[in-house]
Design a protein around this ligand. Structure first.
Ligand code: PLP
Length: 483
């Protein structure tokens, strides 16, 4: 066993290797722009280079680190490259990585307040801070009838909100009786696919999901929403849940929350707001307009792992009636009963999420908020929204291209004025080059390239250089006579 007197890593060895790992990560960030942004390995290529069987006897940790360079890195798509403009960003930062490392080091499991009080209390505290930072309604604070909780992803947050709404509208009956075919859920045709997934998981059924049409800016049309609700009521159905989006994934469209909220209020429908990407921007006063009408929301979620400098995974869910959520998810077997939970004076966060166990995610968020401060986070967001504006202006000045949706925040949607085929080929060429990574969507049924800005180290220069590269690649295609 490597001549060790224990099978475990000694403190001395842990320190030596720990410093090496930090150095490895630092070197990775230093050299990140030298890698092709999109991994170009073939399916199965990584596994071919790994031994068929696990080692019988333990190995030196150095072997693992050297395999990171030789075997793992070629199969990495570099989400932390400043030239990563695909999907939405997935921020990583020094303070978040270190906060997460502390969490790994402590290795606590915070399912109950009593199973590690700091895990629960820091989470409630940081989430209350965020209510003020993002200027969310006070009803989301843990000191009121509401509160916030960290989930892994927005998909889970939306599912939990839906389950709470389902429970509330059925007066607690659904948990007992199971499936109910009468409920209806509404979201726009531009909403994220996680809404449909939640509807399926919650047993409401995808046929009971109404996809509402959007206006010319891809935002939900509240008149169409009202029509759908009235229609369902006339057919004996129960409108239960509306999910509005602040910042859709295709084009960062912002649904008219005020009008939607008034309709939900009138019919007693739960309003959930999915602000996964865009939510973080309301930390800047000038982007607070995105929250117009948020006072109508019964629940709200946004992802610090997208635009608030915090490593994946970290999604914040707020709810104005925490009782509804807890009632819908609580289970209390004998082995989980504790004196304090019985006193009803503390949160047991296992009742706020699908799994029982939970990591100490608040540490990385706390670390980020303290390290950057409000002003640091604001300037980070401003740099990227400004870069998006500059890019959008550059594209508009070139009449070979068209902008496909308003550039509201950090996403620019555009296409070369030619066939979908041309644009598909252009995107493939760009991504194959390794210089940058972009993905596409369809807007008004046309193939559209999405340029999403938000990786921590992306600067205006990266964006302008990427645009120059897009132009050069396009001109090469024009020369080749591709139409
Ligand atoms: C990214 C995104 C989601 C899904 O995020 P996960 O956290 O990966 O589940 C949902 N809604 C919107 C608007 C998004 O941009």
């Amino acid at each position: 066993m490597n001549n060790k007197d224990t099978i475990h890593m000694s403190i001395k060895e842990f320190k030596e290797n720990g410093y090496k790992v930090i150095d490895w990560i630092a070197d990775y960030y230093e050299n990140i722009e030298s890698y092709p942004v999109l991994s170009n390995i073939k399916p199965g290529e990584l596994r071919k280079n790994l031994p068929k069987s696990p080692p019988q006897n333990g190995e030196n940790f150095n072997n693992i680190l050297s395999d990171m360079n030789d075997k793992i890195i070629p199969g990495i798509t570099h989400w932390q490259s400043p030239n990563f403009f695909a999907y939405f960003p997935c921020n990583a930062t020094g303070p978040a990585i270190l906060g997460d490392l502390l969490s790994s080091g402590l290795g606590v499991q915070g399912m109950l307040w009593a199973s590690s009080p700091a895990c629960t209390e820091l989470e409630s505290h940081v989430l209350d801070w965020l209510v003020d930072m993002l200027r969310l309604p006070k009803k989301f604070k843990s000191t009121t009838s509401g509160g916030g909780v960290i989930q892994d992803t927005a998909s889970s947050a939306t599912l939990c909100a839906l389950i709470a709404a389902r429970e509330k509208i059925s007066n607690g009956k659904i948990n007992e009786s199971g499936f109910d075919d009468s409920m209806r859920v509404y979201t726009s045709i531009e909403a994220h696919s996680s809404i449909e997934k939640a509807v399926k998981i919650a047993g409401i059924g995808s046929k009971n999901l109404r996809l509402i049409e959007v206006d010319q800016n891809f935002a939900m049309d509240p008149i169409k929403l009202r029509e759908a609700i009235n229609n369902d009521i006339n057919n004996g159905k129960t409108p239960a849940f509306v999910c509005a989006t602040i910042g859709t994934t295709s084009s960062t469209a912002i649904d008219p929350l005020k009008e939607i909220g008034k309709i939900c209020d009138e019919f007693g429908i739960w309003l959930h707001v999915d602000a996964a990407m865009a939510g973080s921007t309301s930390i800047c006063p000038e982007y607070q307009f995105i929250n117009d009408g948020i006072e109508y929301a019964d629940s709200y979620c946004f992802n610090p792992h997208k635009f608030l400098l915090t490593n994946f995974d970290c999604s914040c869910l707020y709810i104005s009636d925490k009782e509804a959520l807890i009632k819908s998810l609580t289970i209390n077997p004998e082995y989980l009963k504790t004196e304090v939970s019985d006193l009803d004076t503390v949160f047991d966060y296992r009742d706020w999420q699908v799994p029982l166990g939970r990591r100490f995610r608040a540490l990385k968020l706390w670390s980020v908020i303290r390290y950057y401060g409000i002003s640091g986070i604001q300037s980070h967001i401003r740099v990227h929204i400004k870069a998006a504006k500059i890019l959008s202006d550059l594209i508009m000045q070139d009449n070979r291209f068209e902008i496909m949706a308003p550039t509201v925040l950090n996403l620019v949607c555009f296409r070369y004025k030619a066939s979908d085929q041309f644009n598909t080929l252009l995107l493939n060429k760009l991504n194959k080059s390794g210089a940058l990574y972009l993905v596409h969507t369809k807007l008004n049924n046309k193939y559209t390239i999405r340029f999403s800005i938000g990786q921590t180290n992306t600067t205006e220069e990266h964006v302008v250089n990427a645009w120059k590269f897009i132009l050069k690649t396009t001109e090469g295609m024009e020369k080749d006579g591709i139409k």
